[in-house]
Design a protein around this ligand. Structure first.
Ligand code: PEP
Ligand code: MN
Length: 343
C-alpha cells in the first residue's frame, strides 16, 4: 500500500501517518518527492484496511499496489530510478550507457590493454569477471581479489567505472570495496541470502535475469535487494533458455520493453550471453536500445581466440567501435544521448 500525501501536507502530518502505519503493525517508508511525499507500507502480505489512514490530515490518496513486488513497481514509484556512479556516469536517466570488457580479468597486462580500447571506443563502464561462475569446475575460475585490484587500476588509469560479478558473501564484500557496480549473475538470481547481503552493501547492483526465471521471479529477486535497503538496482536481460539451441540462449526483447512498464528500475541488455555469437551481438544490441534499454553490456577482447572464457561471443575491438557508433545514432534518434566520460 502506498499513501500519497497532499502537496500542502506538513512534516507533522507525514509523521502522524507513519505512526498510524506502525500502530497497524507495518513499517512506514516515507519517500519525499519534489511535489509531495509518498509513504510506502511494507510488511503486509495482504490488503490493508485503509479506512483509518485515508481519514488522517494531509492524506491525498491511498493506492493498493496490486503486483506481488512493490518497491520495484511503477505503482510504488512513478519517477524512474537514476543511478549516478562516482565517475559521473548515470544509468536510467536520459543517457544510454555502454558497458564493455572481457568476460574475465585474465592478467593485468591484458586487462589494461582492453581497458584502453574500451575507453577509446566511447564506452563508460568496464566489465570483467574476477570471480567466474563456470559450468565446469575445470574451467578458469577467475583471479579473485587480484582481479579486482587490476580492475581498480584500470579505473584509476582510464576513468571508467567498474562492474564485476560477486558469487557469494565473501566475494560480494570484496567487489563492493573495489567496484562501482556489483553484478549478480544469472546463476545467482535466486540466491536470496546473497541478494539480501548485497542489499546491505550500499553499492549499486546489476541483477541479471536467471536463465529460466519469469518476469515476476526476476522482479521479486530485485525486490529482495530494495527491501534490504538498497534502491540502486539495475536489471539485466541476458537471454533465457528455450527449446531451440540455435543460439546460446534466446534474447527476450519483449522483456526489455515490458520491464520499462512494470518497474522504475533501469534495464540493460546483454546480447553476448543471450546469443553466444559475435555476429549476433551488434544486431541484438541495436534492437535492445531501439526498444528502450538504458544500456547494453557486451564482451570484447583484443584477441578473442585467446580468451579464457566466452571468446566466441567477444567482439573484436573494431566491432566494438562500429557498434558504439551505431548505438549513438539509434539512441540520438530516440532523443537519448550516449553517456560519455566527463574528462
Ligand atoms: C558474465 O557476465 O560473464 C556472466 C557470467 O553472465 P551470466 O550470469 O548472464 O551468465
Ligand atoms: Mn561471459
Amino acid at each position: 500500500m502506498l499513501v500519497v500525501m497532499s502537496k500542502s501536507a506538513t512534516e507533522q502530518h507525514v509523521k502522524d501517518v507513519c505512526t498510524a502505519i506502525s500502530q497497524l503493525g507495518f513499517e512506514a517508508r516515507p519517500m519525499p518527492g519534489e511535489q509531495r511525499t509518498a509513504i510506502g507500507v511494507v510488511g503486509n502480505d495482504r490488503r490493508v484496511d485503509d479506512s483509518h489512514i485515508r481519514g488522517l490530515p494531509g492524506v491525498a490518496n491511498v493506492i493498493h499496489v496490486s503486483a506481488p513486488y512493490k518497491q520495484v513497481s511503477r505503482e510504488w514509484r512513478q519517477d524512474r530510478t537514476v543511478i549516478e556512479l562516482t565517475n559521473g556516469v548515470r544509468i536510467g536517466g536520459d543517457e544510454v550507457v555502454v558497458m564493455a570488457g572481457p568476460c574475465a580479468v585474465e592478467s593485468e597486462e591484458k586487462l589494461l590493454e582492453v581497458a584502453a580500447l574500451v575507453a577509446k571506443s566511447g564506452a563508460t563502464i568496464l566489465r570483467g569477471g574476477a570471480y567466474k561462475p563456470r559450468t565446469s569446475p575445470y574451467s578458469f575460475q577467475g583471479l579473485g581479489v587480484d582481479g579486482l585490484k587490476i580492475l581498480a587500476k584500470a579505473r584509476a588509469q582510464y576513468g571508467l567505472a567498474i562492474i564485476t560479478e560477486a558469487i557469494d558473501h565473501a566475494s560480494a564484500d570484496a567487489v563492493a570495496e573495489y567496484a562501482d557496480i556489483v553484478q549478480i549473475g544469472a546463476r545467482n538470481m535466486q540466491n536470496f541470502a546473497l541478494l539480501k547481503h548485497v542489499g546491505s552493501l550500499g553499492r549499486p547492483v546489476m541483477l541479471k535475469r536467471g536463465m529460466s526465471a519469469t518476469m515476476k521471479e526476476w522482479l521479486l529477486a530485485a525486490e529482495y535487494i530494495l527491501n534490504a535497503g538498497n534502491p540502486n538496482v539495475i536489471l539485466c536481460e541476458r537471454g533465457i533458455r528455450s527449446f531451440d539451441s540455435a543460439t546460446r540462449n534466446v534474447m527476450d526483447i519483449t522483456a526489455v520493453a515490458l520491464a520499462k512498464t512494470l518497474t522504475h528500475l533501469p534495464i540493460v541488455a546483454d546480447p553476448a550471453h543471450a546469443t553466444g555469437r559475435r555476429d549476433m551481438v551488434a544486431p541484438v544490441a541495436r534492437a535492445s536500445i531501439a526498444v528502450g534499454a538504458d544500456g547494453v553490456m557486451v564482451e570484447t577482447h583484443p584477441r578473442p581466440n585467446e580468451a579464457l572464457s566466452d571468446g566466441p561471443q567477444s567482439l573484436y575491438p573494431q566491432q566494438l567501435d562500429d557498434l558504439i557508433g551505431q548505438l549513438r545514432q539509434i539512441s540520438e534518434m530516440l532523443g537519448r544521448p550516449l553517456g560519455q566520460l566527463s574528462r
